[in-house]
Design a protein around this ligand. Structure first.
Ligand code: ATP
Ligand code: ZN
Length: 289
């Protein structure tokens, strides 16, 4: 009977920039899965989830059609496909932007420069929306790969493509002039996921939150004079309140708390100014508030 139980089917990219991050997130969420290099699908050994390996561009459609219940794609692909999907969670990896770039020597004066020009892109719908928003009329030339060579071979006047560092643009003699959208990996579902599948997804989301909060926070231990404890507590209040333990040295304590990665260095300076010593900072594996 056990093998009859319902599984949540999660579609992830078969190969490419999203695959590693997607698998890593699922594994850190406690799913025992074997790497699916040549597999079409695999089942987690300890959680009611099946992973389908698909081309990322097809995932929004498969999720809408319920071939998969959940998918992980770039926000850029989600927007381009415009399927009946729901964005459930931003996943904080595969961060990039979709930008318009023009030849380095072009005298770009603003979006109106694009009026009547030709733009090569793999994201025709996103570009069309962007142009409409800015009341600019330009031709869109859809190509599926190597977009950045289009201006050089006379195929287009500008391109719209994914940029992360900009080095690909530079080596093709192009210059980024407009950011059309920012993107990161996102978790999507089809319309109204319900019942057992919804319960499994909620469990998984809970785990993903624990993984992501842990990544953004550090465990911090320090020694301080007892009279500095109130001040230090206001600097690093932790999840509820810090743990205080007496040191063998009279008048001193060891204080344990949690600190956010983003304001970590600023806080270290404040703590030192309060008289903190022997500060240790340790990664957290999972964090549940
Ligand atoms: P194909 O589908 O033909 O394999 P693709 O461009 O869709 O090509 P990838 O290059 O693997 O596939 O990109 C997948 C997603 O990863 C993109 O849609 C985007 O969201 C994100 N991405 C792409 N390039 C970068 C980058 N340089 N840095 C961060 N994220 C990126
Ligand atoms: Zn793709």
């Amino acid at each position: 009977m056990n093998d009859m139980k319902e599984l949540l089917r999660i579609a992830i990219q078969k190969s490419g920039r999203l695959q590693e991050g997607s698998l890593e997130l699922l594994k850190e969420s406690g799913l025992a899965i074997s790497n699916g290099r040549d597999q079409l699908k695999t089942q987690a050994r300890n959680f009611p989830v099946e992973i389908l390996f698909l081309r990322d561009d097809d995932i929004p459609q498969y999720v809408e059609d319920r071939v998969a219940d959940v998918g992980i794609v770039g926000e850029n692909v989600l927007r381009e496909k415009g399927r009946n999907n729901e964005l459930v969670k931003r996943l904080d990896f595969a961060k990039c932007r979709l930008s318009i770039a023009v030849p380095k020597g072009a005298e770009y004066t603003g979006i109106k420069w694009l009026q009547g020009k030709n733009i090569a892109t793999s994201y025709p719908n996103v570009v069309k929306q962007f142009l409409e928003q800015h009341q600019t009329d330009a031709g869109i030339h859809e190509i599926s790969g190597s977009v950045e060579i289009a201006p050089g071979i006379g195929l287009a006047d500008a391109i719209c493509d994914i940029v992360s560092t900009g080095s690909t643009l530079l080596s093709n003699g192009l210059r980024e002039v407009e950011v059309v959208m920012h993107s990161e990996a996102v978790l999507i579902t089809g319309p109204a996921l319900e019942g057992t599948k919804r319960d499994i997804l909620d469990q998984l989301l809970f785990r993903m939150d624990a993984v992501n909060s842990a990544k953004n926070n550090k465990y911090i231990l320090l020694n301080c004079p007892n009279d500095a404890i109130p001040k230090i507590t206001t600097v690093i209040p932790g999840m509820n309140s810090p743990t205080i333990m007496p040191l063998n040295k009279p008048g001193w304590s060891s204080l344990h708390s949690v600190v956010n990665e983003n304001d970590f260095w600023a806080k270290i300076d404040l703590l030192k100014a309060c008289g903190a010593e022997g500060i240790l900072v340790i990664p957290i594996e999972k964090m549940i508030a």
